[in-house]
Design a binder for this molecule. Structure first.
Ligand code: AKG
Length: 521
């Protein structure tokens, strides 16, 4: 096995920058999978912390929905979502949300009409875990609605009972689409299912759910702390406050419905990011932990859970597996849900070359290449990237975060650098193409570039890049690494392979390509 380490002592007086990409089978998936696992773990920690959190009175200013068209409005949205895990939007809905709540109140008090709508049934045979219809006990009643062909509400029995659904759906659906575009940019096509007004050409029930919730008066928690598997959950403010959000900036439960003055026209809507947004935004937005407290009066609320079209693959993964994985409580369980993707990956047989063959092969790919070791393979490739390309990547290092190890949660003195996963923008994408040629694997087998910044006295002690916890992910284990030096520190910053007696000094634009294992794991 090849072993890479940063030199422990002299290294670290100046700043060295390194980039590495790891060739995998097939790796852009790895990023999504890691996000799924990270999200499951983070949510569990947040739920644990939520247990003892006190309540607080705090409010944030509503954002007019029209302001989402401006950079300023979108920045405010992003800031509220990042800092407070919720935002409040003012929609111009001509009473549609209130009309639906009033209609839902009388519906949920009428057993005969609830009987007509019918109990919970699966949306279709091949989606047995998703359902529509009435559920809950006599205290708290819920009706789950989806939309199908011609935007028809499902179960079909509900439309005559609740004609008010459509207007509210349209208003919240459009808001959902706007919020996805504002937070995900080009990745918003993941959220095609959100608006539920795609011209009515859907053949199956939407995964986006419209939920009618009626809670009997009580002084206990009516719906315990949880996150939603949605891009956004949009909750029009209810007449009786009760929905609480765990605000991470205060580490307290807040109740926006109670604390936000409802000045002005329109209806206020609480927007909470869900786990789909957390994964699709690579953790930039985190799913909101929320719960419902019973009130002195019956509370009726009509949230729209804005989701993706699960028939579309998610970054190459089966979207329904992502969905199921996100509903699990541990990363091990989540990985099991993603396992079928792992089994379908192709096996890759690594070419074995003599020293002379390797020298000729890599010399042909990059003039001046030097094979430093043939087994395990370590190749130095000067001029892999231009100084301009390196400068562009260096400029992206500003908001790198403290590095973690193994399952990406733990910070430790073993690795004191800062890291950042780069988006596949122009220069990183071009360099990935080049790295793919070197690795003899398709570019789709590369993870995104990870930028690693070593400040003074920073280091990454002896380690291997193949992390056993990641071997079961869809892309397979990390077979090889291509590390690109972005600058040249005055002192230190070397990469050491102690077993091979190798110490490589950073030179701007030089890449180091090494195999981590003999065969893909
Ligand atoms: O009842 C509410 O206001 C929110 C319901 C909720 O938390 C959910 O459906 O996930």
């Amino acid at each position: 096995h090849a072993v890479a380490s940063m030199l422990r002592c002299a290294a670290l007086l100046a700043t060295a920058q390194a980039l590495s990409t790891t060739t995998l089978t097939p790796p852009r998936l790895a990023a999504t999978e890691k996000q799924v696992v990270a999200c499951v773990d983070r949510v569990q920690r947040a739920l644990d912390a939520a247990v003892d959190a006190p309540r607080a009175s705090a409010s944030i200013d509503p954002i007019d929905v029209a302001d989402l068209a401006t950079a300023n409005g979108r920045e405010r949205l992003a800031e509220d979502l990042r800092k407070r895990h919720h935002a409040i939007l003012r929609v111009d809905d001509a009473g549609a949300c209130q009309a639906l709540q009033d209609a839902a109140l009388s519906l949920t008090e009428d057993e005969a009409r609830l009987q007509i709508i019918g109990g919970a049934t699966p949306v279709s045979q091949d989606r047995p875990t998703e359902f529509v219809g009435v559920f809950g006990g006599t205290e708290n009643r819920f009706v789950e609605v989806r939309y199908g062909h011609n935007n028809e509400a499902l179960p079909t029995t509900i439309q005559p009972e609740l004609p008010e659904l459509n207007q509210a759906r349209r208003c919240l659906g459009s808001l959902g689409r706007l919020l996805c575009v504002a937070t995900l940019d080009d990745r918003a096509n993941l959220a095609d299912d959100v608006a539920c007004d795609s011209g009515g050409n859907r053949e199956e029930a939407s995964t986006t759910a419209h939920r009618l919730c009626a809670y009997a008066p009580s002084n206990v928690t009516a719906f315990g702390a949880h996150t939603d598997t949605s891009f956004f959950t949009l909750v029009p403010f209810a007449r009786v406050p009760g929905l609480e959000v765990l605000d991470p900036s205060l580490q307290r439960w807040v109740c926006p419905e109670a604390d936000t003055p409802s000045k002005g026209e329109g209806h206020l809507v609480l927007a909470m990011p869900g786990e789909f947004l957390e994964v699709a935004s690579h953790g930039s937005f985190q799913a909101s932990v929320h719960r419902v407290r019973g009130g002195s009066e019956k509370r009726v609320s009509t949230p729209l859970l804005v989701r993706a079209d699960l028939r579309e693959p998610w970054d190459g993964l089966e979207a329904s597996s992502v969905w199921r994985a996100l509903q699990k409580c541990t990363s091990a369980e989540a990985l099991k849900e993603l396992a079928p993707c792992i089994n379908s990956r192709k096996r890759y047989v690594a070419p074995v070359r003599t020293l002379a063959e390797a020298q000729s092969f890599y010399g042909m790919l990059c003039a001046g290449s030097e094979v430093l070791s043939v087994s395990p393979l370590v190749v130095k490739m000067p001029g892999f990237a231009s100084h301009d390309e390196c400068a562009i990547l260096l400029n992206l290092s500003d908001d790198a975060q403290r590095s973690t190890i193994d399952n990406e949660q733990v910070t430790t003195s073993h690795r004191t650098s800062r890291t950042k996963w780069l988006d596949d923008d122009e220069v990183p994408a071009r360099l990935s193409e080049r790295a793919a040629v070197v690795s003899e694997l398709p570019v789709s087998n590369a993870e995104r570039w990870q930028l690693a910044q070593y400040g003074e006295n920073c280091e990454y002690k002896l380690h291997v890049d193949t992390v056993p916890e990641f071997n079961d992910l869809a892309p397979g284990g990390r077979f090889s690494t291509l590390l690109l030096y972005l600058d040249e520190p005055a002192e230190g910053g070397t990469t050491d392979f102690p077993d091979l007696g190798l110490r490589i000094k950073p030179e701007t634009g030089t890449a180091l390509y090494f195999r981590n294992v003999r065969e893909p794991v």
